[in-house]
Design a protein around this ligand. Structure first.
Ligand code: GUN
Ligand code: ZN
Length: 435
C-alpha cells in the first residue's frame, strides 16, 4: 500500500447545503489532488502543492477532467435478493411471499451464499458504492459469506442476520433463542474484524414474535454500540397486519420503541406512511428514516414525504438507499434520480448539491461514521469514486451546454449509472478496473 496521488477535480462536502447555491457546504478544487497512503487520505489540496510535498517517485494517477469524491454509501440493501430484482408482484406482501421468501431459502447453502457474495461486491464496486448496510438471510452462513467477502476487499460494510420467527416458510425461520444466540456469535465473530460492522437485524415486526423482539432488544442493550436495522411503515396492508399482531402498541414505531430498538443507531427502511406521533417519536429518539426510491416506486408502496419526515425544524435524520431487490438498481445515481422524481411530485425537489451530499456525508452522518467515511477529509479512509459526466453519448451531448458544477452533478444523477463510475478506490486501492 504505497503512497499515491489521485489527481482530478476534487469535491468534498463539509455540511448539508442550506440552499441550492450554498457554496460554503463543500470544497471544490479544479486541479486538485489527494495523497493517499496506508488506506487513508493523508493530504488534500491543489495538485502542485500536494505533489511538491510528496516523495519525487510517488505514483500519480491522473483522473482529470473527472470529479473525485467520497465513495457512495447505500444505507439499505438485501444481499440475498440479487436474484429477486425485477420480480413481478403487485404489492409488498405478495412480493415477499411469492419471490423473496423462496429465494432467501437458498442461502442456507454456504456455497450459494459465497457465490452471490462475490457478485454482490462486484456490483457495489462497479456502481461506486464503497459502504453498504445489508440484510443477510436468516442463515448465519449468509453472514459469513457477506463479511468474508468484505474482508477480502477491505471494504467498510455493515450487515447482519435477519431475525425472523414467524409469517414465513419454516425453512426461513429461527426462534427467539436461536436468533439471539446466532446473532451474538456472529457479532463476536465479525464485528470489528477488518472494517466490518455488525448490525442487529430483526426483519420487521410481522416476522418477529414479541419474544423475538425482546431478544433483539436484549442484543441492542448488550451491544449498544451496534446499529439496529429494520423496516417501518412501507405499505398500507403491511401496517394494518402489523397493528393486528401488536394490538397493545400505539402504532408501528411504538412496537420497536417498546422493545428498545429505536435511537441514534437505529435505521428504519421506508417510513412512507408515518403517523404524526411516529414521526415525532423518530425525531425525539434520533432514529434514522431510510428513503428507498426505486423500491418504493417498483413495489408501489408510496411516495416518501421528505419534508414531513424531516419535521418542522428539519431535525429528522434521513438517509437514502437502493433496497435491492425491492429496489431496481445498484446505482446510487439512479437512486437519486428516482428520488428526485418522487420528491418533485410533492413539490419537494432536492437540489443537486443536497443529492450528492446525501449519498456521501449525509449517509455517513446517518450512520454516525462521518469521522471515517463520507468525505475526502485528511485522516479519513480513502474510499473514493471517480465520476465521468461524459460517460455516454447522450451525456456528452448534454455536457456541451453544461457550465456549472451543479449542472454537471445534476446530469450525473439524471443520466448516469455504472458507466459514469470511472474508478472506485477502497482504502486507497483501485478495485473497479479489475472487475
Ligand atoms: N419488509 C420486510 N422485508 C422486506 C424486504 O425484504 N424488502 C422490502 N422492501 N420490505 C421488506
Ligand atoms: Zn428492505
Amino acid at each position: 500500500m504505497s503512497a499515491k496521488i489521485l489527481r482530478g477535480r476534487i469535491l468534498s462536502f463539509n455540511d448539508a447545503p442550506k440552499a441550492r447555491d450554498d457554496h460554503q457546504c463543500y470544497s471544490f478544487i479544479e486541479d486538485g489532488a489527494l495523497l493517499v497512503e496506508g488506506g487513508k487520505i493523508i493530504a488534500r489540496g491543489v495538485f502542485d502543492e500536494i505533489k511538491a510535498k510528496a516523495y519525487d517517485d510517488v505514483e500519480v494517477i491522473d483522473h482529470r477532467p473527472h470529479i473525485i469524491m467520497a465513495g457512495f454509501i447505500d444505507m439499505h440493501i438485501h444481499f440475498p435478493q440479487m436474484q429477486v430484482l425485477g420480480s413481478y408482484a403487485g404489492s409488498l406482501l405478495e412480493w415477499l411471499n411469492t419471490y423473496t421468501f423462496i429465494e432467501e431459502q437458498r442461502f442456507g447453502d454456504a456455497a450459494h451464499a459465497q457465490k452471490i457474495a462475490g457478485y454482490f461486491y462486484d456490483e457495489m464496486l462497479r456502481h461506486g458504492t464503497t459502504t453498504a448496510v445489508a440484510y443477510c438471510s436468516v442463515h448465519p452462513q449468509s453472514v459469513d459469506a457477506y463479511f468474508e467477502e468484505a474482508l477480502k476487499r477491505n471494504m467498510l460494510m455493515l450487515g447482519g442476520k435477519v431475525m425472523m420467527d414467524r409469517e414465513a416458510p419454516q425453512a426461513l425461520t429461527d426462534t427467539p433463542q436461536s436468533s439471539y444466540d446466532d446473532s451474538k456469535a456472529l457479532i463476536e465473530k465479525w464485528h470489528g474484524k477488518g472494517r466490518n460492522h455488525y448490525a442487529i437485524t430483526p426483519r420487521f415486526a410481522i416476522t418477529s414474535t414479541p419474544e423475538q423482539l425482546e431478544m433483539a432488544g436484549a442484543l441492542a442493550r448488550e451491544f449498544s454500540h451496534l446499529h439496529v436495522q429494520t423496516h417501518l411503515s412501507e405499505n398500507h396492508a403491511e401496517i394494518e397486519f402489523t397493528k393486528s399482531l401488536y394490538p397493545e402498541r400505539k402504532d408501528y414505531f411504538d412496537i420497536y420503541q417498546h422493545y428498545g430498538l429505536t435511537g441514534e443507531k437505529s435505521l428504519f427502511g421506508h417510513c412512507i406512511h408515518l403517523e404524526d406521533r411516529e414521526r415525532d417519536a423518530m425525531i425525539e429518539t434520533g432514529s434514522v428514516a431510510v428513503f428507498c426510491p426505486t423500491s418504493n416506486l417498483f413495489i408501489g408502496s408510496g411516495l416518501f414525504d421528505r419534508a414531513r419526515v424531516a419535521g418542522p425544524d428539519g431535525k429528522g435524520r434521513i438517509a437514502i438507499a437502493t433496497d435491492v431487490g425491492g429496489g431496481t438498481n445498484y446505482s446510487m445515481l439512479r437512486t437519486l434520480d428516482e428520488g428526485y422524481k418522487i420528491l418533485n411530485l410533492q413539490g419537494q425537489r432536492m437540489n443537486p448539491l443536497t443529492s450528492f451530499y446525501q449519498i456521501t456525508l449525509g449517509n455517513a452522518r446517518a450512520l454516525s461514521l462521518e469521522a471515517k467515511i463520507g468525505t475526502l477529509d485528511v485522516g479519513t479512509d480513502a474510499d473514493v469514486v471517480v465520476l465521468n459526466a461524459n460517460a455516454t453519448k447522450a451525456m456528452q451531448v448534454r455536457m456541451e451546454t453544461v457550465t456549472t458544477l451543479e449542472e454537471e452533478l445534476f446530469l450525473l444523477q439524471t443520466a448516469g449509472d455504472d458507466r459514469a463510475i470511472v474508478e472506485t478506490y477502497v482504502a486507497g486501492e483501485a478495485l473497479k478496473a479489475a472487475l
